[in-house]
Write a protein that binds this ligand. Structure first.
Ligand code: ADP
Length: 376
């Protein structure tokens, strides 16, 4: 990288000298003939180093130093000072100057100080990159640990159930057990479906990491999609006395990816089902206003504590202890991977929209998806 140096000095000969020698040392150079002009130029953000004379009329080098540092503390300032004013130079260093050069100028000293200064800039930026890399690695490691804890819990339960049911079916077929194999098989089917859903979530997460979802957009009637999701949950919710009501116009057209929009709504409803006690209520509200399509899912469930509300869209984040979940994903406080909302967020963003939540602990939550309408 070619570093840009701004030379601020009221002496023409110094500016001219710098314009001649700095490019020979590999620096880009610009000049300002007084402190005011120096500050204005430095504020353009084009320079990494400002080389300023201290003694200038009206706006001196210390003022340049203060104003430029206040604008951007990353800009390094080197002050030039005459012999006999060493205290001023020390004062400048206390105020944040990187170093000072004595006047009359020695080109060797000037080159050495400038080179040292850019080495420091490079080191600082490398350190910043390393700190950022470390932070990211720590995050990934935490995510990996959460992933292992949650998936091993969520996978172990259905796998144990499958093993148990296979045993039972064997007993049933050999006549030792009274239960009919068909009944056992239908329960087994439900567990296998749950397992397939987990694998499918994992697949979607991987797709997200490989550059987001590829959408296939078509004209949709969102009311049909909401009805489909409601029907899916109906058999389970009858037992839990947890009705789902749809509030919408007769038809609500939207151009989007059918599978993904249905998945997003399903994830929100599934969460309401899991986090609302029996005899509660779930509402799906669909509307269109000001060229925006709004899909809301409102429940009368346990709600989300205010200090967790920003975190729930993160992957593998669950407010409750995942190892204490009920094994069913449709029971109250049922299990999950903690990835549903991050998938919803990704689907909504890939459609150009946003998702938000309002919630009150113990009273319920409302998740709202806002999508820009496209020409159908
Ligand atoms: P999962 O549901 O698989 O745990 P999600 O990413 O869908 O993962 O949700 C993350 C967490 O957000 C849930 O574990 C739960 O703690 C909280 N949450 C999501 N939806 C609701 C809701 N409707 N009511 C209360 N808490 C919710």
């Amino acid at each position: 990288m070619n570093y840009s140096v701004l030379v601020v000095d009221d002496e023409d000969c110094i500016r001219e000298l710098c314009e001649d020698v700095l490019p020979m040392w590999g620096y880009e150079v610009d000049t300002a003939e007084d402190g005011f002009q120096g500050i204005d130029k430095a504020k353009t953000g084009k320079y990494q180093v400002v080389l300023t004379d201290i003694k200038m009329p009206e706006c001196d080098g210390l003022t340049v130093l203060e104003k430029v540092k206040a604008y951007d503390p990353q800009i390094e300032i080197i002050v030039m000072t005459a012999y006999g004013t060493i205290e001023t130079a020390v004062n400048a260093m206390k105020k944040g100057a990187y170093d000072f050069i004595m006047k009359p100028l020695s080109l060797n000293q000037m080159q050495a100080v400038l080179n040292k200064c850019v080495e420091k800039i490079e080191l600082t930026s490398k350190n910043k990159e390393l700190t950022e890399l470390n932070r990211r690695l720590r995050e990934l490691n935490e995510m990996k640990e959460k992933f292992i804890t949650i998936t091993s819990h969520e996978l172990r339960t259905p796998v144990c159930s499958i093993t148990g049911f296979v045993e039972l079916i064997k007993y049933s077929l050999s006549g030792i057990l009274e239960d009919k194999p068909e009944t056992l098989l239908s329960e087994l089917e439900t567990i296998v479906k749950g397992l397939a859903d987990i694998v499918s979530d994992m697949h979607d997460l991987a797709a997200m990491d490989l550059g987001g979802f590829k959408l296939t957009k078509e004209n949709l009637n969102l009311v049909d999609i909401a009805q489909h999701v409601k029907n899916e949950f109906f058999p389970i919710l009858k037992d839990r006395q947890l009705p789902i009501e749809i509030h919408s116009p007769d038809v609500l057209n939207y151009k989007g990816d059918k599978r993904r929009i249905r998945q997003a709504l399903r994830e929100l409803v599934q969460n309401s089902v899991k986090f609302t006690p029996d005899k509660g209520k779930i509402d799906i509200l669909l509307s269109q206003e000001n060229n925006r399509t709004i899909i809301s899912v409102k429940d009368t469930g346990i709600g989300i504590p205010p200090d967790r509300i920003d975190t729930i869209f993160e992957r593998f984040y669950e407010v409750q202890d995942s190892t204490l979940h009920s094994s069913s994903d449709t029971a109250f406080m049922g299990g999950g991977l903690g990835v549903g909302l991050s998938l919803v967020k990704e689907i909504v963003i890939s459609h150009g929209g946003k998702v938000s939540v309002t919630s009150q602990s113990g009273k319920g939550s409302t998740f709202t998806i806002e999508l820009p309408c496209e020409e159908s």
